[in-house]
Structure formats: structure tokens, C-alpha cells
Design a protein around this ligand. Structure first.
Ligand code: ATP
Ligand code: MG
Length: 300
């Protein structure tokens, strides 16, 4: 019998779309080497017991729910839609969002024809709303105690009003240009979204060492993106002020300088980017010889 720890991990990633490149890039930065053939739906990990399944993004929460995949990279909008749909049919939800990934930002908003009088969300009462996110919109309407008709679309929602299929839409927006191009006005946001990592519930997840290992590396990779290593010389007396100015640094290393009682070298990892303004402020309190370096890897 194969042990749980010998099993290969399966990770679902969008096959081709807005999230694909960033998701695969994160896995590569976690150290995964994989081979991907043309039109191949599975990438086999060469140096870890990890395989990547390339799927439609809508199917990803379902794959984790059914236990086909251990982890999935997908937009919060899709996760939330599936979660609410499962709850509505009284099915236990067997996935949870464990990390936010910092890309794929967008929002789910109502859009109304430019010519429509729209005071506030109460104006939605009695309207026909076209959307690909019926569970999220239904949940919103219920909480706001609004009665409206949902018209389900699987794509191209923005053309529903001009086709006479709906009065308003509820759809994903990032820049807002698609709505504008269809003479729609964005009037209210009901969900802010970005790409997230979902996993099986915690009790199951921790049974596989490689899942934990991958998650730890992922935390490191996400942290590293913004992190900088900063080195500078400063008067010993300015250390408290310098610690305040260094963004997101904890416990900087203080090193004595040969022949200088009053000045020390300070080395610190900053968990946020270090901007010119910060360097100028550090200079004002007496810092000199400042170097800011990118951080390649981190493990906590
Ligand atoms: P699939 O074929 O996988 O079903 P799709 O057409 O549904 O692809 P994409 O358009 O690639 O999906 O969007 C994937 C995800 O990217 C969305 O679910 C959302 O989380 C995010 N996203 C970011 N910006 C936008 C945007 N302007 N419009 C739509 N989705 C966006
Ligand atoms: Mg989709």
C-alpha cells in the first residue's frame, strides 16, 4: 500500500488565461521544475512529487472539493461563487482559501446603462440582473433585502442590456474600460478579488509533508517580492530613529566600525520596498554609505 507521504501532490492552475503565467511562475520560484508538452493538460514535476493540472478556472474549486487536487490557484471571485453555491445546496465546503497571492486584482461590480437613473443599490429592486456569479449576487441581494431576477450568463455579460436580456449587469471589472465601451456605468462593488491559493481543509493538508513544504516556500517567495536587504552606516545615537524609518524590518544587525566609537554599520531585511524618500530621511538622521539589495530567497 502506498503511504500518504509517497503520493504525488496535484495542483490545479488555470490552463490559459489571466492567472496562468503568474501562477506557474510562483511554482517555479518555489523550486518546481516541470515538463509541459504542447496541449498537455498535466505538467509532471521533475524534482518534486508534484503535478500541475491545467484546467478552466471555474473547475478549480470543484477539483479541490472532490479531492482530485490538493491545491488550486484561482480568483477569489470563483472561490466565493462556488462556496456560496455549495452552501445554498447544503453541501459541506471542503476547500479553504489559505494564501492571497497579490495578482489578478479585480472587483465584482454592478454596471447600469449610462442613461439609467440610479440613485443607490435600492434602485436594483425588481430589476433583471445579468451575471456569471449568480450565487454571489443572490447572497448580496438577500443581505440587502432586495428582490431582483437573476439572468445567468456564462460570458459576455456586458452585452446583456443591449440585447434586452437584462436591465443591469454584475461583472468583473479591473480598469472599467469594458463597461465603458458598452455604455455601462459602474455603480457599486460587491466583492474585491485577487488570485488566492485554495487547499483541502487543514486536517488533511498537514498529512503530506510536501504540501507543507511547498506552502512554506510560497510564503517565502511572496515575502521576497517586496523585501530588500539594506546596509548603511549611522551614528549610534540615531539607531532608534533609524529602526523606525526602516520599513517592516525587525531586529536589525548592528556591527561596530573599526576605530569609530560613535558610528556603527546597520544591516536589516525590510519586508517592504525601500523608496528614495526613505533613503533621504535616513540621510537626514545621519546615515551614510547606504546600499539596498534585492533578496533572492527567504525561509522562516
Ligand atoms: P477560463 O477559460 O479558465 O474559464 P476565463 O475567461 O473564465 O478563463 P480569465 O478572463 O482568464 O478567465 O480570468 C481569470 C480570472 O482573472 C478571473 O476569474 C478573475 O479572478 C481575474 N481577473 C482579473 N482582472 C479581470 C478582469 N478585468 N476581467 C475578468 N477577470 C479578471
Ligand atoms: Mg472561467
Amino acid at each position: 500500500m502506498t503511504q500518504e507521504s509517497d503520493r504525488r501532490i496535484k495542483i490545479a492552475v488555470q490552463k490559459s488565461g489571466r492567472l496562468t503565467e503568474h501562477s506557474l511562475d510562483l511554482l517555479v520560484r518555489c523550486g518546481l521544475l516541470y515538463s509541459r508538452g504542447r496541449d498537455q493538460l498535466i505538467c509532471y514535476g521533475e524534482n518534486m512529487p508534484v503535478d500541475v493540472l491545467l484546467m478552466r478556472d471555474d473547475d478549480i474549486p470543484g477539483l479541490v472539493q472532490e479531492g482530485v487536487c490538493d491545491l488550486g490557484f484561482v480568483g477569489r471571485n470563483i472561490v466565493e461563487e462556488r462556496r456560496l453555491a455549495l452552501l445554498a445546496e447544503h453541501t459541506p465546503v471542503e476547500f479553504e482559501q489559505i494564501v492571497t497571492l497579490g495578482f489578478g486584482h479585480c472587483r465584482l461590480s454592478f454596471g447600469v446603462p449610462e442613461t439609467m437613473d440610479f440613485a443607490d443599490i435600492r434602485s436594483l429592486e425588481g430589476m433583471r440582473i445579468a451575471t456569471t456569479y449568480p450565487a454571489i449576487v443572490a447572497d448580496f441581494l438577500r443581505r440587502e433585502e432586495l428582490a431582483a431576477t437573476l439572468v445567468k450568463f456564462s460570458g459576455a455579460v456586458e452585452i446583456a442590456p443591449s440585447l434586452g436580456k437584462a436591465d443591469v449587469i454584475c461583472d468583473l471589472v479591473s480598469s472599467g474600460s469594458t463597461m465603458r465601451a458598452h455604455h455601462l456605468r459602474e455603480v457599486a462593488t460587491i466583492l474585491d478579488s485577487e488570485a488566492v491559493l485554495i487547499a483541502r481543509p487543514a486536517a488533511e493538508r498537514t498529512q503530506h509533508a510536501w504540501i507543507e513544504r511547498l506552502l512554506q516556500r510560497l510564503q517565502g517567495v511572496l515575502q521576497v517580492k517586496e523585501s530588500k536587504y539594506i546596509m548603511l552606516h549611522a551614528p549610534r545615537s540615531a539607531l532608534p530613529r533609524i529602526a523606525q524609518l526602516l520599513p517592516g524590518s525587525e531586529a536589525p544587525t548592528i556591527i561596530p566600525l573599526e576605530g569609530r566609537e560613535d558610528r556603527v554599520a546597520v544591516h536589516a531585511v525590510c519586508r517592504e520596498n525601500v523608496f528614495w524618500e526613505t533613503l533621504e530621511q535616513l540621510k537626514e538622521v545621519g546615515a551614510s554609505s547606504m546600499l539596498v539589495l534585492p533578496v533572492e530567497k527567504m525561509l522562516f
